[in-house]
Ligand binder design. Structure first.
Ligand code: PEP
Length: 249
């Protein structure tokens, strides 16, 4: 039985004081939560949010990390620095990092490796654009991103990796993939994982869905066989929306 994992990506929202106030609400609301829960504030909010969430079941996420351990990389933050600041999990390969900041699969793979060696868990995001979906290439794109993102990662590291399937056309648009469409890609992703590793390893991997998840659609998405959680953007920013998503059952 795979554990449900509900994660909030705050993107470029909340100042440190706003983040701290919200983290206090989350710590209280999820004090006895039964699913895995994570929130990813901006870098500058991480130490204070981590302090508030210490002792709470809510994990601390980061939205990115450097593709290097140290050195001349102005503006970057290394995985080991995030770990020391209290981060448990880092989101890598988000479509905004790929499209706005030009991150390649090779860079993302480098980050995955460095994050794991720094002792962080990883959420590896994959997903097709609207053009790719309309051209019938959704599964091909997801397969390619999975194979390249996981290159060199061994089977014994997989328990530290969550996959997030996020169709780019559904992120922040209010459009959600139907539960059936999402489940089909999740199942295909699991088959790719089985091919790279083993059926047992693929069956154990948590695959989140992301793209306009909200209280009104979370339950039907989570009911699908291959959907094991959600990566939530907009609806993770308020307790009114995030609490019913996390406690969907
Ligand atoms: C995301 O940022 O990963 C995301 C899925 O955003 P939203 O829920 O707002 O579509």
């Amino acid at each position: 039985m795979r554990p449900y994992f509900l994660a909030g990506n705050w993107k470029l929202h909340k100042t440190p004081s706003e983040a701290v106030a919200y983290a206090k609400e989350l710590a209280e609301a999820f004090a006895s939560v039964t699913h895995r829960v994570m929130v990813a504030p901006t870098y500058v909010c991480i130490p204070q949010v981590a302090e508030v969430l210490k002792g709470s079941p809510v994990l601390v996420g980061a939205q990115n990390c450097a593709a290097a351990e140290s050195g001349a990389h102005t503006g970057e933050v290394a995985p080991a620095m995030l770990k020391e600041a209290g981060v448990d999990v880092v989101i890598l390969g988000h479509s905004e990092r790929r499209s706005i900041y030009g991150e390649s699969d090779e860079t993302i793979n480098q980050k995955v490796k460095l994050a794991l060696s720094a002792g962080l868990e990883v959420i590896l995001c994959v997903g097709e654009t609207l053009d790719e979906r309309e051209a019938g290439k959704a599964m091909q794109v997801v397969e390619d991103q999975l194979r390249k993102g996981l290159a060199g990662i061994t089977g014994d590291q997989l328990d530290k990796i969550t996959i997030a399937y996020e169709p780019v056309w559904a992120i922040g648009t209010g459009k959600t993939a139907t539960p059936q469409d999402a489940n089909e890609i999740h199942q295909g992703a699991r088959e790719v994982l089985a091919d790279i590793y083993s059926t047992e390893a693929a069956e154990a991997m948590v695959i989140q869905y992301g793209g306009s998840v909200k209280p009104a659609n979370v339950k039907e998405l989570m009911a699908m066989e291959h959907i094991d959680g959600a990566l939530v953007g907009g609806a993770s920013l308020t307790i009114e929306n995030f609490a019913p998503i996390v406690q969907f059952d």
